[in-house]
Design a protein around this ligand. Structure first.
Ligand code: MGD
Ligand code: MGD
Ligand code: MO
Length: 750
């Protein structure tokens, strides 16, 4: 009862954002979120605390995600009869989302002005026809957003590979790709090395480029527990974000009554993209201190036995002056030293990070710099310590485990071949950015999306939208309407699907699916709400039925029984168990509600599966800083009232912005120096390789952000981000360091 009241309070608190319709169904749904018999919260990938006793596991932003999906509003044939695509294109993403759940399949025919209803079978036949007509399977692209289940993801990659392509880009390409690649290179494993229990043992927790208060609110409870136990928390972020500055635990009665307590003991307001420099400073300080007290600060035994590259790393730091570090980081030597001393005292340190580090040209350098910092004191593969990339979408990590990647490992392909008796295509497919380039150049013709909002989440909106429009067919398997449904190929399909909160009934009975959280723990998820419309189908079923239509002629001993798998998901889990390592007794354990902790060589055995068997120190240059007059480096951020491209309201109460998201946060001194008045309207201009991109109508908001840096909201400013402005090595868009200038809209008012 207590938790019910809590659930109601939390859902009520989001009524302004999601409307009344979602609140009623959302409240009942929320009672089962992250519970043994319930569903995995679609909000984020932070693990639930299994030791929490009463296990109340929801937060305001999880509630928004749940209520938004649980809405009673419906997008049906009457809706599309009323609105033409041309009209819908003028509508905001927020408005499109507010129209409700997609409840029946729709087609927009070549030359058509409206979406119209289509039967499921005709939709499948249309897609199968277009795919079969391609000159090469590589003319098709199969995108995945990280909300899909393991079961759907596994079938989806199976479909794509059996069709003959590795063109399986995903939201991870736009998100933590840089983390996975950076860690694979130097640690031999791309996943985070900590478990939730490690937060009970850490003495120091560094949080770099992450805003847990808005994006992983349940993490704050973990941090609060650690903080009360005596762990020291350091935040490294150009913005001093509210959740770390003042925290109230909504699940404690006192939490509602107090003004909140600071969680971060030390905040380092790093310049945007100053992290390589700052991390060099942290490492330099540790090494200097160790020189004064040899062997007392660095873990020499670990460095000697388990790593390579230390001497070159140290030589680079010796050659890098404090002056260079301080200028590039924008943080004083004293502050950097203070943070280093916290790490130097801590027996165990965890580093957490998210998009503030992964979305830069030098993102791989950022993340490998974090690893350098951890290696110095042996903070890997032991309790209370490690690397914690905090994943975004609730199952983005699981999708990867299931083979959603354009660069599959040879062992994975070999296992697929053994299990399914066909030869999967070798070599690499297209990642998200290369897929856009390929569409623009007419090298791909069919685009299928399992969730997500490819039109708005990607960079260079005008270029990307033009590329999407060149496709012969675009297909969206989705829950709600967004920009990707109105910026279409010549022919377009909408296939309405069940979400996490929905009950999923198939011929063999009620089904559950499974998800993997940010720490490699796999659990089951079962929705309980009655689907709004009888026409919606589960992702698994849609993929299986499409595959059955596509491979209809594919008889013989090796034929895959897609339809059987869709009628009983246990059959899919049995297949997964035989293809993916770590899933022994998968279905039985999930059915019993027993989580699976996937093996991790670094975490479990301190084993580094690199070529040399050692963890690697690496040297990274400090990125060039000088921008020239009137230029600023722009980062793009999420507000408290959005989930990625789904915007719930135009306000961000945590940052004190109301009524508009078209704002540019700017240091007050920069505002004055530019001769702008607070609230002035400007056009943002990015310059890249001789091209300019312009976005008008941004309001200047003076804000506590380092000089020379500005921030805008994602996705409003994605039009400014050049398609070729990507992280070296991972191809993740450098959404968080775009050089811009500001042009006043009117003669300034002084
Ligand atoms: N409610 C809610 N939850 C979400 C999401 C959502 O949109 N809404 N999205 C989900 C997804 S897919 C993801 S990936 C995560 C995203 O979670 P975050 O990574 O926390 O999201 P961002 O808002 O992109 O912000 C990153 C933080 O990096 C800081 N930052 C920007 N540039 C730099 C820099 O150069 N250096 C440093 N050190 N910091 C910088 C910003 O000030 C901001 O605090 O959240 C997931 N959870
Ligand atoms: N400028 C800038 N751009 C960014 C970022 C940034 O920080 N700055 N962040 C990037 C990051 S980290 C990410 S992850 C991407 C996000 O990119 P995407 O994952 O492509 O985008 P989302 O906005 O999460 O997708 C939302 C849509 O997913 C569909 N959906 C929701 N739930 C389900 C479901 O259960 N099943 C199915 N089939 N569909 C569902 C709904 O139609 C909804 O409108 O954006 C990236 N873009
Ligand atoms: Mo993400």
């Amino acid at each position: 009862m207590k938790s019910a009241a809590g659930a109601r309070a939390v859902v009520e608190s989001v009524r302004h954002a999601v409307g009344k319709a979602g609140v009623v169904r959302g409240t009942s749904a929320l009672l089962t979120v992250n519970q043994p018999g319930g569903f995995d919260c679609p909000g984020c990938a932070w693990p639930e605390d299994r030791a929490a006793g009463k296990r109340v596991e929801f937060c305001e932003n999880g509630a928004k995600a749940v209520a938004d999906e649980a809405t009673r509003a419906r997008v049906d044939r009457a809706f599309f009869a009323r609105w033409s695509l041309e009209q819908l294109e003028q509508r905001s993403g927020r408005w499109l989302n507010e129209q409700g759940r997609l409840v029946e399949p729709f087609v927009k025919r070549a030359g058509g002005t409206h979406y119209e209803p289509i039967s499921w079978d005709d939709a499948y036949a249309l897609i199968a026809g277009e795919l079969s007509a391609l000159t090469s399977p590589d003319e098709a692209v199969f995108y995945t957003s990280g909300r899909s289940s393991n079961e759907a993801a596994f079938l989806y990659q199976l479909l794509a590979r059996k069709f003959g392509t590795n063109n399986l880009p995903d939201s991870s390409n736009l998100c933590h790709e840089s983390s996975g690649m950076a860690m694979s290179e130097v640690l031999g494993s791309g996943k985070g090395t900590v478990s939730l229990e490690d937060f009970d043992g850490a003495d120091a927790i560094f949080i770099l480029g992450q805003n847990p208060g808005s994006n992983h609110p349940r993490m704050l409870a973990t941090l609060q527990k650690a903080h009360r136990r005596g762990a020291t928390i350091v935040s490294i972020n150009p913005l001093h974000e509210t959740g770390l500055r003042r925290y109230r635990n909504p699940q404690e009665v006192a939490g509602y009554l107090t003004a909140g307590t600071p969680l971060a003991d030390l905040h380092l307001p790093v310049r945007v993209n100053g992290d390589v420099a700052l991390l060099k400073g942290l490492c330099k300080a540790l090494i200097e201190d160790d020189d004064l007290a040899p062997g007392k600060v660095l873990d020499r035994r670990f460095i000697d036995a388990c790593t390579s590259g230390f001497e070159a790393f140290r030589a680079d730091l010796d050659a890098t002056s404090w002056e260079v570090i301080v200028t590039a980081a924008g943080v004083s030597k004293e502050k950097i030293r203070e943070a280093a001393e916290i790490a130097g005292r801590a027996r165990a340190t965890i580093c957490c990070w998210a998009m503030g580090l992964t979305q830069h040209r030098n993102a791989i350098g950022n993340i490998q710099s974090i690893i350098n910092f951890l290696l110095l004191r042996g903070n890997l593969g032991r309790p209370g310590a490690g690397a914690c990339p905090v994943r975004g979408h609730s199952n983005v990590q699981g999708d990867r485990t299931m083979g959603i990647t354009e660069r599959p490992a040879p062992e994975f392909l070999a296992a697929l071949e053994r299990e399914f008796g066909f030869r999967p295509p070798p070599g690499a497919g297209l990642n998200a950015i290369d897929a856009i380039r390929a569409m623009a150049a007419d090298r791909t013709r069919v685009f299928v999306a399992l969730g997500g909002n490819f039109a708005a989440a990607t960079p260079d909106s005008r270029f990307t939208e033009r590329a999407l429009r060149r496709c012969r067919l675009t297909v969206q398997i989705s829950t709600k309407l967004n920009r990707a449904h109105v910026v279409t190929g010549e022919t377009a399909l909408i296939l309405p699907t069940l979400g996490r909160t929905d009950r999923d009934l198939q011929p063999s009975g009620p089904q559950f699916v499974t998800c993997e959280n940010s720490m490699g723990v796999v659990t089951r998820s079962r929705g309980g709400l009655r689907p709004l419309g009888g026409e919606m189908r589960s992702e698994v079923r849609i993929i299986a039925e499409l595959a059955a239509a596509l491979f209809a002629d594919d008889g013989g001993a090796d034929a895959i029984d897609w339809v059987a798998m869709a009628s009983d998901y246990a059959l899919i889990r049995d297949r997964i168990e035989r293809v993916v390592p770590g899933f022994a007794r998968f279905d039985a354990r999930m059915a019993a509600g027993e989580p699976i902790v996937l093996p991790h060589p670094v975490r479990d055995e301190r084993r580094f599966a690199t070529q040399t068997g050692k963890a690697l120190f690496t040297v990274h240059p400090i990125p060039a800083g000088a921008l020239g007059r009137g230029r600023y480096v722009m980062t793009t951020i999420r507000s408290h009232d959005q989930f990625n491209t789904t915007v719930y309201s135009d306000s961000d109460r945590y940052r004190g912005v109301h009524g508009t998201r078209r704002v540019v946060f700017m240091n007050p001194r920069d505002v004055a120096a530019a001769g702008l008045a607070p609230g002035a309207t400007v056009t943002l201009v990015s310059e890249f390789g001789g091209e300019q991109r312009l976005l008008p109508g941004f309001r200047v908001v003076p804000y506590e952000i380092p000089a020379g840096c500005v921030a805008t909201y994602y996705p409003e400013s994605n039009g400014l981000i050049p398609i070729d402005h990507v992280a070296e090595g991972s191809n993740t868009p450098a959404y968080k360091s775009v050089v811009v200038r500001l042009v006043p809209a009117e003669p300034d008012s002084g």
